[in-house]
Each structure stands twice: as C-alpha cells, then as structure tokens.
Design a protein around this ligand. Sequence first.
Ligand code: NAP
Ligand code: HSE
Length: 443
Amino acid sequence: MEPLGIALIGCGTVGTGVVKLLLEHPERLTARAGRKLELRKIVVRDLAKPRDPVVPAHLVTDDIQSVLDDPSIPVAVEVVGGVDWAKRTTLDLLAAGKHVVTANKALLATCGAEIFDAGRRHHRAIAFEASVCGGIPVIGALCQGLAANQILSLQGILNGTCNYILTNMTENGRAYADVLREAQQKGYAEADPTLDVDGTDAAHKLAILVQIAFGVALPVASIQRRGIADIDLLDIRFAKELGYTIKLLAEAWLEPHAGSDHAGGQLALHVSPVMLRQTTPLAQVRDAYNAIFVAGDAVGSTLYYGRGAGQMPTASAVVADLIDMAVGRAQQTFGSLKLWSGNHRDIEQRPGSTMRSRYYLRMMVDDRPGVLADITRILANQRISISSVIQHEALEPTNGETEIVPLIIMTHTVPTGSFAAARAEIDALASVHSPSEYYPVGD
Ligand code: NAP
Ligand code: HSE
C-alpha cells in the first residue's frame, strides 16, 4: 500500500516527540497502520533555531504554502498552539483537502464549531486525542468505548503543569515560582504558562469533553474558573494537617429534570482548586500525571490515568491519531460524531451560586477575646455549620501586643451563595486581616 504522506506543522516540544516516534519505530507503526507513515515536511516559524538532532534538516521549511500545494501530503499535524495562526492554517489545510490531527485544545475550545464545520464541508476529518490529558486516550473512551452511555459526570485533574507545581509545593515545600520554571523546562507548560496556572487550559479541555459527553457547546468564558497562582504554602500545610491535599479539578455533572431520563436538565461545571482527602484516588495523582473519572448510566464509574503533559505522552496520542487516519478509522469516527454541529441539546448551565459544597476557610485574625465569637455568629446567621476549627498558639511570647494568627474553619455542606455572603461579612470585620482564603472541600 502507498505510504501515508504527513506534514508536521510545528516542531517544538510535541512536534519533536512526533518526529522521534515516526522515525525511531517505523516497523511497529507500519504494521499497525497497514502502510508506512512517511514524514514529508516540517513547518516551523524560525529556520535558524537549533533543533533536536532527530529532526531531519532537509524536511524543515517555514513555507506553509508548500504543504498546502503538495498533493502527496493528505494529512497534516498541527502542533503549533495559539489560536489565530493555527486557526487560519487549519482552515487552509482542510480547504486544501488535508485531514488534520491537532493537539490544540485552545483552538478547539474556542473555534470548534468553525473548524468542524469546515471539516464536514470539505469531507475531511479532524482527530484530536492529544488535545485533552496528553497520552491518556480519554477522547477515544468517550467517543467509542462509552458510546452506549449517557455520561452523567466528569471529574479530573486535566492540567499537568498545575499538578506538577502542587505536588512539589505539597511534598517538598517548594516555592511556586521555582516549580513553575521547572515545569516549563520539562516542556509541560503552554507557551504562555498563564493559561495553565489560571485554570484556562483546564477549562479549554473541559469544554471539549463537555461537547463530546453532553453535546453542549459552551463558551469557555462561561466556565467558572480559578487557578493555582495564589495558593499559599500555609494553606497547603493546613490541608495536610487536616488530612487533605489541594488539587486543581475540572468537574462537570448533569442534573436531569425529574423523570426526564437525562434529557434536558442542568449542567453544573467549574475549574477550581479543591481540597481532597489524601486517601482518595485523585489526591494521589502526582507530578504531571492526569486522571479523570467518567461516570455513565450503564457502565457506572470509570477512571483514566496517565501522563497528561510532556513530549512523548502527547506524541503517543498524536501518532495514534495518525494510525487511525492511515486505516480510515478517524474518518469514520469524525463522520459519525457530529461534534460542534449546532445540534445542541436542551441543557442549560447551572448558576455557580446555586451549587453546594463543604469549605475550608482560613482567616488571619487578631488573637483577642470575641473574635472567634464574631466569626461563628456570622456563619450561624447564614446557617453554616462548622465541622472543625484550628487555631494554634503563637510560637513566641507577644510582649502584650495583639498577635495575628491563622484561624481555620472547615464547614459542613452549605450553599455556595451563603458561604460567599458569610465570607464577605467576615472579611469586613476589623479583627480579620483580609482577604480570607477559601477552598471547596471534596470528600
Ligand atoms: P512549542 O514547544 O511552543 O512548539 C510550537 C511550535 O510551533 C514551534 O516549533 C514553533 O516554531 C511552531 N510555530 C509557532 N508559530 C508558528 C508559525 N506562525 N508558523 C510556523 N510555525 C510556528 O509548543 P508545544 O508544547 O509543542 O505545544 C504544541 C501544541 O500542543 C499546543 O497546542 C499545546 O497546547 C499542545 N499540547 C502540548 C502539550 C505539552 O505537554 N507540551 C501536551 C498536549 C497538547 P519554532 O520552533 O521555529 O519556534
Ligand atoms: N500545558 C498542558 C498541561 C499541556 O500542563 O497540562 C498538556 O495539555
């Protein structure tokens, strides 16, 4: 059979991994694809940049038009990142009759409808396993393995950079900025790491999963999100003392109308740091690993775990998509999926203020009579029940001056709106040195 001609658009962290897999394991890949996967061009931005020696210099070009015009290249891999140039290029590739494999979650989450419409219009397929959870085949699981189910919920650690940072802050007490730099050096972070640490990358991935699992196209801006950039080592230490660990979670769950058999209803979703009991499976996911629980009405709860960022795990997913393109599976799956097709289900987004959670609240308070009473009165007025309290004695004698100490309160489950109202009132007390810190608690 004819080899499958491939162009690689982008040859940074992920692109170099794709080159390595294609060139270092040709027999294995040919056997699985039924024909040779032949790399014919590699497009980059800066020809002068030093490349890994594995990258064949004679294939490297900065001329995307040479790919668009080349009929011997039916498949292109977009591993450039960003939205503007990547979007124009992806639309051009589809219009030029190329199938596209992409790892670009920002592109799909923000322009999925336009990209998928163009694919359908030009009878070309788009495969995107690498866009969510790096090397974990969760897109394949949702599109194929779990196809008989109505998905009920998704809960996962979807950003490797954040998990790497939180693991190192928790286990080694390391400073946030140092560990972020290390995550960048290891190739886990986005070109702009703000997208990782402010929760946007996890929200992009959640938007893609929600499209597949629930058939809902959500503007990324509508996903309530909070990142990890402001997490203080003090809260990580108190979490440990309480038997918890802080993880950045992306969660979505369906709340059907009564008696509706999951048709219609509300979708609750958010990206947020959450305190998890140390004994739970997600709390034990370390470094750049990701994990995601997917619950379906027939299958029950399933768990997917593996390396969620980095060169070779992501290349593993890209090359799996290339094999699927070579055997024609990706084209069939794309045709049947109807993703971002405008066929939106009748599901509305549940307002964040109506959700319920347990909370961890840490205040820096004056260590004097009446302070704890003022705070518990505010919580009681909002009908918020306390499950535990920690305040340690000051380490040093204070010579009569009022000491400022951390006061930690764990609550029972409360409406998010009541908790926010109580926190605003507490922060306004003269004895509380604002702002207080808080995290939802997941048991
Ligand atoms: P990267 O290391 O920054 O590499 C980007 C590549 O794209 C570079 O080779 C760059 O060329 C090229 N490029 C950028 N703008 C270009 C332009 N205008 N024209 C031609 N080439 C251009 O990025 P990465 O980490 O490999 O990530 C690539 C994509 O994979 C992103 O969408 C990212 O979100 C996604 N992803 C990454 C990971 C990961 O762990 N890194 C995991 C999953 C998904 P030069 O080399 O000449 O600068
Ligand atoms: N920057 C992303 C992460 C890469 O850290 O998870 C994988 O999508």
